[in-house]
Design a protein around this ligand. Sequence first.
Ligand SMILES: Cc1ncc(COP(=O)(O)O)c(C=O)c1O
Length: 345
Amino acid sequence: MALKLENDMTASRRAMKDYVNAYHINEVVFTRNTTEALNIVASGISWKPDDVILVSDKEHNSNFLPWFRLQEMGVKLQVIPSGSDGRFSIDNWASAIRETKPRLIAFFLTSNLDGETSPAAEVCHLAKQHGALSCLDAAQGAAHMPLDVQEIGCDFMGVSIHKMCGPTGMGILWGKLEELRKLKPIITGGGTVIQVTYDEVKLLDPPRRFEAGLQNYAGIVGVKYAADYIKSIGLDIIHKHEVELNCHLQEQLMQMPDVKIIGPKNPEDRGGITSMTVEGCNVHDLALIMDEMSHIMLRAGFHCVHGWFNSHGIDGTLRVSTYLYNTKDEIDVFVKTLREVLREE
Ligand SMILES: Cc1ncc(COP(=O)(O)O)c(C=O)c1O
C-alpha cells in the first residue's frame, strides 16, 4: 500500500483512538457502519449453548438482530424491560445480571427512539463484576457527547462515522485488544494475514485481520476530518446547543394538547431527539405533508426499533432530530407548520 495512504489510515485510526479514548490505536477497526461492527462481535464470539445475552427493550434492529440470530445456536436472549417511567432501569439490569449471569450484555448509549442516554458506565461495571462482556451501540451517542471507553468500561463499541458529519458508509468497531484477538473474523481474505501455506493461515493482529479486501479508503481518510471537525466545535457545545433546541421545541409542544412526547420528560435528557405521537394523525402522513409544506426533513415510523413499538402497540412516532447545524428559527417553522396542519392557526 502507498505510504501516503498508509499514513492517512493511521491518522484516522489515531483520531478515533483519541475520540473514544481507546487504550491502543490497534483497537480501532474500520467498518462500513455500526451495524457491521456489532455483527463482527456477535458472529465472532465462540458461543456455547445456554450462554445468555441481555439486551434492552429499546434496541435498534442493528443491536437486536445480530444477537437474536444466535438463538439458532442455543444461545438464550433476554430483553430487559425499561422501568415504569419508560427509562432505562438500572434495577432491572442489576437483577437480570445477577440472576442470569450473562456471557454478554448489549445496549444503546443513546436511543434513537426517544433520545435517552443509558447509564452505560454503571451497567458495564456491573457486568464486569459478574464476569460478563459488554457491547455498546454508540451509533447515536458518539456524535452528541464526549465518549471515553476507559471510563465507561465496556469491551466493544460500534460507532457510525456517517452520523458524525463524516463520509457515508463508514463506521468503527472499537474493542479491547485482548477481546478483539478472541473474535473469529466473519470476512477473511486479502490484507488480513501474516502467512499462508496450503495447510495453515496465520492472521495479522487486530485491527487488520478484520479489514479484508480493498477498503473504502476515501471513507477511511475522511474519518479523521469528521472527528477533528466535531472536536474543533466541542461535544459539550454541541450538546448544549441540542438541549437549547429541545427546550425551545418542548415549550411550544406543551401548549399543543394533541402532541405527546415519547421518552424523557426533561429535554436535557434527550440528546437532539424529540419523538412524538400526534392524536388523530398518522405520523407518516404528517411527515410527508410537513415536508411538502415547509421542506422539513422528519423521520416517521418505527425508526428501526420495531420490538419496542410492537410491544407498546404504538403505530410509530414523528421524530425531530436536531444537530449542530439546526437553529431555533427552524424549530419555529416546524411548530408553525404542525399547528397549520392541525388547524390550530
Ligand atoms: C441507535 C442506533 N443503533 C444503530 C444504528 C445503525 O447504524 P449504522 O447505520 O451506522 O449501521 C443506528 C442508526 O440509525 C442507531 O440510531
